[in-house]
Ligand binder design. Structure first.
Ligand code: SAH
Length: 355
């Protein structure tokens, strides 16, 4: 049996499924899920991410979190957490960069929130020296100061899609047409969760909701509000989502999201307004949403690149220059990716981000 067979059987039994149910099955089905069965990152995989492009990304994030920790009086112990750590590369770079911060490593307790058993084992290898602990959900984070990073985590959370229709909303669903997966629409109905989108949308517009985003953010923000700390959330998306952003990537190329389920990465743009609102509800302050390129430049990525470049020439030098460009240039990841910081309302905002 393949995931496509399993999905067809489920649709035959229960009727068409939401885009969120489809995404959830494709990414995390225990037997056939995309993340459950493989390491999708890097040149051999389907997509690459900022920490896999250059060590500079994780290093600078490490310094931001360590500075927050120092600014808040170096609390001990504290949780150092990551949502969706992939191969553990960002965490490894962060830990190397913070080795020289007195007391930081002695006070940290590393918690990794990771759903994929396959990637957990890669992370265990990468981070062997640091004895991390894995958690199934942000709700299980300890009640103590929390420094957290999430890069390209929220974009993997399942979204539902709605099309505005006669003042109500039709949900996009996935059913079967001639035995093949196909998009369809449910009858229009009121959607209280989308009331705030009535003023800024028109008939026929498509709007996405990520049901899991607010609860995860609230779990983080409530700990930061109560005990101190900070969170850095990096992802592609914007303030308020509009339009169909469901995207499948296979071997670094866009693919049809309904083709070969479980074989391609599925993501959607992140609606940062939802995260900021959840943080505020939990009593936490949030920074201005900032383009990744601007954030990294403010933190001195160019100086770091120059230092790394000094002993290099030829291909290694070219690839360092390309990595710097890729992370920061507005035509590459610099503008598409955004950074949101969460911090206690009594503390200074995170370095590189404005209130
Ligand atoms: N942060 C890494 C990996 C990004 S890929 C990097 O930047 O390279 C998305 C990561 O989130 C993977 O580790 C994936 O297994 C994990 N993930 C996806 N959905 C998840 C969920 N619901 N709960 C926990 N982890 C999840």
């Amino acid at each position: 049996m393949s995931l496509a067979d399993h999905l067809a059987a489920r649709i035959q039994a229960d009727g068409p499924m939401s885009v969120a149910a489809y995404m959830g099955e494709c990414l995390l089905h225990p037997q056939y899920g995309y993340y459950t069965t493989r390491d999708p990152l890097g040149a051999q995989g389907d997509f690459t991410t900022a920490p896999e492009i250059s060590q500079m990304f994780g290093e600078l994030i490490g310094l931001v979190l360590a500075q927050c920790w120092l600014d808040q009086g170096a609390p001990a112990p504290f949780t150092l957490a990551e949502l969706g750590p992939g191969r553990g590369t960002l965490m490894a770079d962060l830990l190397r960069a913070t080795r020289g911060v007195p007391g930081f490593h002695a006070a940290m307790q590393i918690k990794l929130i990771e759903a994929s058993p396959k990637l957990r084992s890669t992370q265990a290898n990468t981070l062997e020296a640091y004895a991390p602990e894995w958690l199934n959900s942000a709700d299980a984070l300890p009640d103590q100061p929390l420094l957290l990073v999430a890069n390209e985590f929220y974009d993997a959370l399942p979204i539902r899609q709605f099309i505005r229709s006669g003042g109500h909303w039709s949900e996009r669903r996935i059913g079967l047409t001639d035995g093949r997966l196909a998009f369809g629409l449910s009858p229009a109905a009121p959607q209280p969760a989308l009331d705030h989108r009535l003023p800024d949308t028109q008939e026929g517009d498509l709007v996405e909701i990520c049901d899991a985003a607010a609860p995860v953010t609230q779990a983080i923000a409530s700990r930061i509000a109560a005990h101190g700390g900070a969170a850095l959330i990096v992802d592609y998306g914007d303030w308020r989502a509009l339009g169909d952003t469901l995207q499948a990537l296979r071997a670094h190329k866009p693919a049809d999201p309904l083709q070969a389920p479980g074989e391609a990465d599925l993501t959607a743009h992140v609606d940062f307004e939802v995260l900021a609102t959840a943080a505020k509800t939990a009593g936490c302050a949030y920074t201005r949403l900032t383009p990744q390129g601007v954030f990294l430049e403010r933190l001195g990525i160019t100086d770091r690149a120059r230092a790394l470049a000094a002993p290099l020439q030829g291909e290694p030098l070219d690839s360092l220059i390309a990595a710097h460009r890729r992370l920061t240039h507005p035509d590459e990841m610099g503008n598409l990716f955004k950074v949101l910081g969460l911090y206690p309302s009594t503390a200074a905002p995170l370095p590189g981000l404005n209130p």
